[in-house]
Design a protein. Sequence first.
Length: 194
Amino acid sequence: MVGTNRTIAIATCAVITLAGTLGVRAQAPTQGHADLNGYEETPTISSPASGTLNVQISGDGQSLSYTLTYSGLATNVLFAHIHIGRPAIAGGIMAFLCTNVTPAPEGVPAPPACPQNSGTVSGTLSAANIMAVTAQGVSVGDFAAFIAALRSEAAYGNVHTDAFKMGEIRGQITFTGTSGNTSGNSNGGNNNNQ
Ligand SMILES: [Cu+2]
């Protein structure tokens, strides 16, 4: 009996480990995150403001939902974007997250308004929202290029204000360390140690 139970336990463990491994390998993380602050901006900004940007790629890979939250911005918020660019390098705008400036950007659906000073704004981006950054190889509507840049940690979110029109807070979007992977890794680690 003891031997049988052990066999079942080991077999169960093996199945769980295999399923976990396949799950991680079959699907790249879909949840991205950025912490925004002035020190990430180009040029570097000393600002008491901060924020977070959470993004989620849809199951079919055709859209991306986002939630941008910030606080402590002392002057009017102009707009917020996702840019193409590696850390500390300024890059072109691939998509608007929100705007308070008129006229709205041409050729894309009207972005939601940005909260003033502090708040949260959410939305969904798809091919229709992607703007051309010709000098950096992104064509209008090229959602695959947009997602590829995000997954390669080559995109950042930022918020522009009256005081800092080039951007007051910024953060690189990364797809590592999502909550789903954290629990999966701890299970896999325990099983691997046995
Ligand atoms: Cu921007």
